[in-house]
Design a protein around this ligand. Structure first.
Ligand code: SF4
Length: 659
């Protein structure tokens, strides 16, 4: 049995909610986080950044073993030296155990360097503080992690002084050489354990200009140590809190917490199916214990589902958790000057529909019709898949620059004819695809002056970003002006710009149209296309009848670049299945559960599965067969993203156009 130590990740979990420490690591409890944390680290560039950081501190000893005792033994042996650099050093003090990314010992002084897959534009810790000199909420988790490590080292080696650093990608740094990115590859050993291998060709020149920056965070640690922490009715110091978490964890005893707004996304909530097969649900246990809820209570909708609701904390404190407990004063619905429905009116609509058990959709036909009548045919529906790559592809590029590697394009003609007419995918390792992506997109959209549709802000944000890249790029780009011009015509600048205002063919955001003109209770307040699509397919007889036949990709049917004779409507017990669930899994070696988490991950945002696929194709060694299979799946998924927009358009048209 592995010893029950409070590690960095468990400490982090205990800070989120101390009760989670009881559920973690127990196979009898459902856990909605990724089983395979490797995927997350791969997708956010953690492996590459971690390995590159080691290269900036050469001559260190790598403690590779995962065995606690052996890692401690090797570390303690090395720490007998006066001067030493250790990667993954293992340090234990009583029940606290950490692995330090990079530890540098110089006589009685220890530097701890925590490497993070994140970017900053400064080497000063001022960036982590807000105006009131407290730590910003976005940086707090990283700094608490370092503060915990510094605390453990100081306890374990009281004779030493300790300095703490965060090491992250420097947004302002320019990559010194081409192909640096491809010198850090993911490898698998004979036991299937994955790691990063650094190419033999990595040279001094590659490392000459550092693209990571080391930020001293001792003052932030001191701020954290000076804070009083409330646990139930008690307050305690940092050290007392750490001991409390460790003691409960060691004894495997539950710290019962008051329900909080964090419960809404608790990973220890089992789905109905998981509970049916006997998995325990930490969430259900907590709420039964603290709120005396019964199994019946969990069937009711809660105010956590209200879209963009700011008073969740207040209602929770007052014990008004179910949607039936919410009253008009909580929402104060007010109209605004724009067409359609305001956000507060929409929230109230959601509440009243739930309270009156009204499952029918709501649509503002008059105003939506007015919008739709202004659209110019043919209509173009586009969707991008993107990624951020930690170590740049080329000389002169910056860390964590956005990469646009895929798009899909559907066209709808005035007579209702639909075609999946274009797509782009470039996953070639080491190739910066953005300009090629843009040229291909331009070719697709330049054929006419029809309206262009996106879903949410992503496509606009990325085109703005490519615009900046084009403007700043020092290399010769013959069609630079033409490309910049194209971006200006179809976007809105994300920041105030002297160069352009919203372009004449500015993309229309369908998500905004959903928010103003359409609400379906089946979406449970979410406006994500992944919720809106199944909802409209379930309510629209028109869509059900049209797509119940295998017309998609069929001769004489809807032309498709990736599907043949596909039927989108499959019903089980009278309910239309989510079309995304009909697609083949993107990865053969990843569990269905992990794939579902990746596809829906908040941490990776929408498109988590696609960006993970991109990261794997960049950095993992894979056969041509595997590569082709993943590419085929990526093309299918992205095509469904734009088809989903087309289906929503068709569903609306059926509802609002006079018959
Ligand atoms: S349900 Fe709430 S109280 Fe229970 S572990 Fe999850 S976050 Fe903590």
């Amino acid at each position: 049995m592995r010893p029950r130590y409070l590690t960095k990740s468990r400490y982090k979990l205990g800070l989120e909610c101390p009760t989670k420490l009881y559920y973690t690591g127990k196979s009898e409890y459902a856990n909605q986080n990724l089983e395979d944390t490797f995927l997350l680290t791969l997708a956010d560039g953690g492996f590459q950044v971690g390995e590159l950081a080691k290269c900036y501190f050469p001559g260190g000893y790598d403690i590779k073993t995962l065995d606690y005792d052996e890692a401690l033994r090797q570390t303690n042996d090395l720490l007998k030296k006066d001067q030493v650099i250790i990667y993954e050093a293992a340090i234990r003090f009583e029940a606290l155990f950490i692995r330090v990314d990079i530890l540098i010992k110089n006589k009685n002084h220890i530097e701890l360097v925590e490497v993070k897959a994140k970017s900053v534009d400064t080497d000063s810790e001022e960036a982590f503080l807000n105006k009131s000199r407290s730590i910003t909420s976005s940086w707090r988790p990283y700094l608490e992690d370092v503060a915990f490590q510094k605390h453990v080292i100081r306890c374990a080696f009281p004779e030493c002084t300790v300095s703490a650093y965060l090491m992250m990608a420097n947004k302002n740094a320019l990559c010194p050489k081409d192909e640096l990115n491809q010198k850090f590859k993911i490898t698998k050993d004979k036991n299937g354990r994955k790691g990063v291998s650094v190419s033999q060709t990595l040279s001094e020149e590659d490392l000459a200009e550092q693209i990571l920056v080391k930020v001293k965070v001792d003052a932030s640690c001191d701020l954290i140590y000076s804070e009083e922490i409330s646990v139930g009715p008690n307050t305690m110091s940092f050290a007392e809190h750490v001991n409390l978490l460790a003691n409960y964890y060691v004894r495997d005893e539950k710290i019962v917490s008051e329900p909080s707004t964090g419960c809404a996304n608790c990973e220890f909530r089992a789905t109905d199916q998981e509970r049916e097969v006997g998995l325990k649900s930490g969430f259900h246990e907590c709420w039964k214990e603290r709120l005396n809820w019964t199994d019946e209570d969990f069937k009711d909708s809660t105010m956590f589902e209200i879209w963009n609701f700011r008073k969740k904390g207040q209602c929770l404190d007052e014990g008004r958790i179910k949607l039936s407990d919410i009253c008009k004063e909580d929402i104060s619905p007010k109209e605004d000057e724009n067409l359609g429905i305001s956000s507060s009116t929409r929230q109230w609509l959601q509440v009243t529909k739930a309270q009156s058990h009204d499952a029918t959709h709501w649509i503002d036909s008059e105003n939506l019709y007015r919008e739709m009548s202004a659209w110019v045919y043919p209509l173009h529906f586009i969707d991008f898949e993107t990624s951020m790559v930690a170590i740049p592809f080329n000389k002169g590029r910056r860390p964590y620059e956005g990469i646009a590697f895929q798009f899909s394009h559907h066209v709808v003609q005035k007579d209702g004819q639909i075609e999946h007419c274009g797509q782009y995918l470039n996953t070639a390792p080491g190739v910066f695809p953005n300009y090629d992506f843009l040229r291909n997109l331009k070719k697709e959209l330049d054929r006419d002056q029809g309206s262009i549709f996106r879903y949410a802000a992503h496509e606009n944000t990325y085109l703005n970003m490519i615009y900046r890249q084009l403007r700043e790029d020092q290399v010769d780009i013959p069609d630079r002006e033409e490309l910049c011009n194209f971006i200006r015509t179809i976007t809105t600048p994300v920041k105030k710009s002297k160069e352009w205002v919203a372009g004449p063919r500015n993309m229309i955001d369908m998500c905004e149209l959903v928010k103003r003109y359409y609400y379906d209770p089946a979406t449970k307040g979410s406006n994500s296309i992944k919720q809106v699509l199944p909802a409209i397919l379930n309510s629209s007889r028109f869509l059900q009848e049209k797509y119940a036949n295998p017309i998609y990709g069929a001769d004489g049917g809807i032309p498709s670049l990736n599907y043949r004779n596909w039927k989108w409507i499959e019903q089980v017990e009278g309910k239309v299945l989510d079309p995304y669930k009909l697609l083949p899994n993107m990865f053969q070696d990843i569990s269905e559960k992990d794939f579902a988490v990746l596809s829906d991950s908040d941490e990776l945002r929408d498109g988590g599965a696609a960006l993970t696929a991109y990261a794997r194709m960049q950095f993992e060694e894979m056969s041509e067969y595997e590569r082709t299979e993943i590419e085929k799946a990526l093309l299918k998924y992205c095509e469904l993203d734009t088809l989903a927009m087309v289906m929503i358009y068709e569903g609306w048209k059926d509802l609002v156009y006079p018959k």
